[in-house]
Design a protein around this ligand. Sequence first.
Ligand SMILES: Nc1ncnc2c1ncn2[C@@H]1O[C@H](COP(=O)(O)OS(=O)(=O)O)[C@@H](OP(=O)(O)O)[C@H]1O
Ligand SMILES: [Mg+2]
Ligand SMILES: [Mg+2]
Ligand SMILES: [Mg+2]
Length: 459
Amino acid sequence: MPISFPNLANQILSPHALSRISTEINFNHHHRVAIFPSILQINLRSRSVNNHTSRRNCNQAIFAAATEDCSDTLEFESMELEKYAEELEVAAKAVHMACLLCQRVQESLLSKSSDQVQSKDDNSPVTVADWSVQATVSWVLSQAFGIQNVSIIAEEDVQALSENDAFGLLEVVTKTVNESLSEAPRFGLRAPPSPLSTSEVLEAISKCNSTGGPNGRFWVLDPVDGTLGFVRGDQYAIALALIEHGEPVLGVLGCPNYPMKKEWLSYHNSYRRIISRLTSETSESWDKGCVIYARKRSGRAWMQPLLHKGKTFVWPNSAREIKVSTIDNPSLATFCEPVEKANSSHSFTAGLAHSVGLRNQPLRVYSMVKYAAIARGDAEIFMKFARAGYKEKIWDHAAGVVIIQEAGGVVTDAGGHPLCFSKGMYLEGLDRGIIACSGATLHEKIIGAVDASWNSSSL
Ligand SMILES: Nc1ncnc2c1ncn2[C@@H]1O[C@H](COP(=O)(O)OS(=O)(=O)O)[C@@H](OP(=O)(O)O)[C@H]1O
Ligand SMILES: [Mg+2]
Ligand SMILES: [Mg+2]
Ligand SMILES: [Mg+2]
């Protein structure tokens, strides 16, 4: 005979608590009862408890058990809230330090023609900033969590830096790393007791030699994403994510040149001109730079403006929540894509845009700043269709994916499947390209349009 239990029904019970309560409870007088989670009723299975006193005892016992369960649940939920809290704080601080480092290097790079830009085997650029950020973030993570507990997969290696004729470059990197680490106390982090030597810097860079995979926990770092944008004085990002059991659980994106006025995002390749025009013609200040971060399953994403000179960082005081755009009408939506045609087919996305009814000009921006733009609500769609044979790397996407999802957006491959971060350094099995949207309506339309136009494309 089921007895309704209004007291419990008034409790805020999570599915977790309900499923735990629904497991049978044994009472010391051996009467077995069960609470059915969907209807919150107590089913007294033994006829012998039908007398009033026993039933009352039984109810009290169940109530006590359920109350205990509720407080367990609250504890569980607050544990979930606490989960990765320390990792997120250290990661956001490390990325923030890296942003300031990159701003200094970019300034010096642009002010004098220097040899700080090198070419890698695939002809892509790498700079003092790429190596210095990798060393700095690696050192900060190892310092915070213990070198033996930290596993990192990152883009750069030490090969070019270790060659005999690269000693001058290594010295510049070491100086840049030490300058950045000396700022650690501003962020409430520990600085090294004495400046790192060149070999300690090489060690910190080459410590990032994890191969990723489905097991355990590892960090994923792109020290400078959009290096081309960086050397051109344009947009770039520092991207750090933590992956556990193959799933990104937190993401941090440093965007040192992200303009607080979103209209200025589209002035790609002409920041220097804007800055000089602003400073000479208007009183408007060039307000830029932020760190964006999110923790998986928190349903929230946050943005902090970059720290001003001389200020101390207070976590997480200055952060404000960000959300994706609410626009779901394609004719009002803006899509972003890579600047370089070589990195994504502009003609294919132009065809897609036309067939879906997108009217705005594409926003071509270097780096994962495209993910940041969707998460902040400054654009609605990001598409990337690399040439056949190119394999996307996990560090180019992990942080951005967590951030967009927690800000309310959707990210999948062009087949509508989630990106797979558990197969090593590449996004294995990626179907054609990457589609990130502010919401499901736009996402479904784009996915449908890809299918319709894929076979007639030359990709
Ligand atoms: N051929 C090819 N196709 C596709 N993608 C490539 C290709 N080559 C490189 N990469 C990766 O693209 C990263 C930069 O992507 P972006 O979206 O910023 O492209 S763009 O610079 O705006 O054109 C860039 O990241 P960084 O090296 O960190 O800058 C690369 O990992
Ligand atoms: Mg990259
Ligand atoms: Mg990079
Ligand atoms: Mg690179």
